[in-house]
Design a protein around this ligand. Structure first.
Ligand code: C2E
Ligand code: MG
Ligand code: MG
Length: 732
């Protein structure tokens, strides 16, 4: 499709339907006026009177038309572009010639001074007819030609040369060889028949052109065909006037010249709009299109397609700007680096559509927390970064971090499902934590990892010791890979007792790592890293195997340890072959399934897929017990607990610790115990450190407990002593 045909009618300034109707109405009125004059009685006083059209008025009207023709030529010629329609150039060159011939006509008019030869009606009429014929032919050709650019750019010079050649030949022949022209005016008798006939030929040519323009104007067109129709139709009225006039000063001559001015007005409208306004508008439009394209490119290059948030490149740019502009001021620039906790698990278990929807929902919520001058960016995956460009103090960043943490305490509803999500967040503030974007970002990320390690759902300021920590973490992970094979892992066992009788109900196996250099490493220092690296799967397998073996050894030794509880991480459930591992451990050790309990943390419960639930169910059917660890910190629903057929809720230490000092904790513990009762579940309190707490628990109806009050997690030998002592002192 060429450029022209891709334009819409409003683009090229074509008149609206109302304007068109209005113009046609005028045309009809002018036609009626002509008809009315025609029908007037043919009297010498009226129609043929000399008063109607004096020579000076003729000169004025003709010069007006000549000026318009020259103007049109010059505008069209100079605004020419290779993609302008050739038709415009045809009109321009044609009407240049018409204008020049009209000039010759004016100069030959009766009453004008000599123009090489004396003025005469014949001479004036000949130039006139030549001009009219040329104009009609020109309009006809334009009406027949497709509205397309010239095939070759140089053609316009030929067109101009042809126009000048026509004019100069006509002038030359008429002035020096007038005898070659048949008479068109006979003194005393008026117009010669030839003149009238030629006017009719002109009318015929114009008629064909008018019909073609009319038709073109009715179908969707890429140029102002209706305007050209008006030009042709108006020119017909002009010609009709000149078939009717009897002397050059009569009323028809006046009307003819006035109509000619109107026809030129229409022509001006068509050509000026096509040559000047339309290219100008197209330029207004092309700029807009280019801007839109640039904007689109910018969006693709600098924004994240999932959330519509700025990406890392844009963030880098804005951070650099903020750092530069704040160099002299006392303001601080902060980056907040966030990572969604457990996002991979959610994505794997619920599917990518949930993951995407969650990210979008998070983006929206986070966006609601920041000011217009801040930038929220999705830096990739489940990571977001906020740039706070002008803080009075680093404390302001802390306030935002707190706000974000509070925001996520409420579960988010995504695709009709309520999900509890949390973020780990790290903050780095310039200039203290870095003077350029890369350093700031790196440090904010380090702080985020630190927060994650500290147990997720929390935030940390960066401090320079963190890089050392990161290094240490890396080393630790390397060492951990060897730990299973090197036999460096061991289990301690913490007793669980009946608060009423002091009787031992079981033990919880808690892992320890005997590191060759670092000594005994507690699980908080390596379990998160093991989970992240998936090392927890082989480690978990070892724990289950080891705990079952130990329990069987005690059983065989006649030591009464009714059951052993093992912690199972969410990763093991999702990725590991937990069912297989448990089966294998039970069968190889011959431990009765009822003596094994699996502890699942509540916070990871919501991430479980149907497949995981089915696995847990099968394990339950085998007789393995199930408890929910750290209960009260997550959002597990009653329906869920019932569905899982859990045996026991382990009330989280945080509530137990504050049981006697905080009314809130007391209320929560009470609620948990009552809820468990109504569901037929047992409860066990973790972290019982003093007798008052134990007493309070008993009062509330919780009879099982675990904590330093009874014993810390103990190595095997010490646990055995503990069990023996217990057995001796317990009143059964
Ligand atoms: P948990 O399962 O909630 O274990 C209870 C934690 O509370 C243990 O810490 C225990 O030593 C501690 N604790 C027990 N009584 C008291 C008390 O009276 N006061 C206080 N302040 N603390 C008490 P530990 O052994 O450091 O284990 C921490 C966490 O590491 C465990 O929390 C569990 O989530 C995880 N973990 C331990 N062993 C394993 C394991 O074999 N596999 C997995 N996946 N996670 C494990
Ligand atoms: Mg536990
Ligand atoms: Mg716990």
């Amino acid at each position: 499709m060429d450029q022209h045909s891709s334009l819409t009618s409003t683009d090229i300034g074509v008149a609206s339907a109302r304007q068109k109707r209005f113009a046609r109405l005028w045309l009809a009125l002018l036609g009626l006026l002509l008809l009315a004059v025609w029908l007037l009685p043919d009297s010498a006083e009226l129609k043929q009177s000399n008063i109607w059209f004096p020579t000076w008025l003729h000169t004025v009207t003709e010069f007006f038309a000549i000026a318009v023709a020259l103007l049109l030529f010059s505008v069209t010629w100079h605004s020419y572009r290779t993609d302008s329609a050739g038709n415009l150039l045809l009109l321009a060159c044609g009407f240049l010639a018409v204008g020049l011939l009209d000039m010759a006509h004016v100069l030959s008019y009766r009453g004008m001074p000599d123009f090489v030869t004396p003025a005469s009606p014949n001479k004036a009429i000949d130039f006139w007819l030549a001009a009219r014929l040329l104009a009609a032919v020109c309009l006809l050709v334009v009406s027949l030609r497709d509205w397309q650019p010239l095939r070759r750019v140089g053609t316009r010079f030929y067109l101009l040369a042809a126009a000048l050649l026509v004019v100069s030949s006509m002038v030359y022949l008429q002035l020096w060889y007038p005898q070659l022209f048949p008479p068109t005016f006979i003194e005393g008798r008026g117009l010669a028949p030839l003149k009238i006939q030629l006017e009719w030929v002109v009318i015929l040519l114009l008629g064909v052109a008018a019909v073609r323009f009319w038709r073109a104007g009715r179908s969707a067109q890429n140029y102002d065909a209706h305007g050209l129709f008006l030009v042709a139709a108006m020119s017909i009225l002009v010609e009709l006037c000149f078939t009717a006039y009897t002397n050059v000063h009569d009323i028809f001559s006046l009307l003819g010249h006035l109509y000619k001015i109107i026809a030129y007005g229409f022509l001006y409208q068509v050509m000026f709009i096509s040559s000047v306004r339309e290219p100008y508008r197209r330029l207004a439009r092309e700029i807009a299109e280019r801007q839109a394209a640039e904007q689109k490119i910018e969006v693709l290059a600098f924004y994240d397609s999932l959330t519509g948030l700025p990406n890392l490149d844009l963030l880098r740019d804005r951070t650099a700007q903020a750092l530069t502009s704040n160099q002299r001021s006392q303001l601080h620039v902060a980056l907040l680096y966030m990572d969604v906790d457990g996002f991979k698990t959610l994505n794997d278990s619920l599917g990518h559509s949930y993951g995407d929807a969650l990210l979008r929902a998070l983006a929206e919520s986070l966006h609601g927390l920041i000011r217009d001058s801040d930038t929220l960016c999705r830096s990739g995956g489940d990571e977001f970064v906020i740039l706070l460009p002008d803080l009075d103090s680093p404390d302001d960043a802390a306030a935002i971090a707190d706000k974000i943490m509070r925001l996520l305490q409420e579960p988010i509803t995504v695709l009709g499902r309520t999900l509890s999500t949390s973020l780990s967040l790290g903050v780095a503030v310039a200039p203290g934590d870095g003077r350029d974007f890369e350093a700031l970002l790196r440090n904010a990320e380090t702080a985020m990892y630190k927060a994650k390690q500290a147990g997720r759902e929390r935030w940390r300021f960066f401090d320079s010791s963190m890089n050392e920590d990161a290094l240490e973490r890396l080393n630790l992970l390397n060492d951990l890979r060897q730990a299973v094979a090197a036999n460096e892992l061991l289990l301690h066992y913490q007793p669980q007792v009946d608060l009423r009788t002091g009787e031992l109900l079981g033990v919880e196996a808690l892992i320890r790592w005997q590191h060759p250099q670092l000594g005994l490493v507690p699980p908080v220092r390596f379990i998160p890293a093991a989970e992240e690296s998936r090392l927890i799967v082989p480690i978990g397998e070892w724990v289950i195997q080891q705990a079952c073996r130990q329990a069987m050894l005690w059983r065989q030794a006649g030591l009464r340890v009714p059951q052993v509880a093992v912690n199972v991480s969410a990763i093991q459930l999702q990725q590991g072959n937990l069912e297989q591992q448990v089966l294998q451990a039970l069968s190889s050790t011959q431990l009765p399934a009822g003596m094994l309990e699996l502890e699942i943390t509540e916070s990871s419960l919501l991430d479980y897929t149907d497949e995981v639930l089915a696995t847990l169910k099968r394990l339950k059917t085998m007789g393995v017990k199930l408890s929910i660890d750290d209960f009260g910190t997550g959002y597990s629903s009653l329906a869920y607990l019932r569905k899982l057929a859990v045996d026991k809720l382990k009330i989280d230490q945080s509530f137990v610790r504050d049981l006697t000092s905080s009314a809130d904790s007391r209320a929560i513990v009470m609620a948990i115990i009552q809820m468990a009762k109504s569901l037929g579940l047992a409860t066990i309190a973790e972290g019982v450190e003093d007798a008052a707490t134990a007493q309070a628990l008993l009062q509330l109806g919780c009879v099982e407990a675990q904590g330093y009050l009874f014993a810390k997690p103990l190595p095997v030998a010490q646990l055995e002593c503990f069990v023996r002592e217990r057995a001796a002192t317990t009143v059964s």
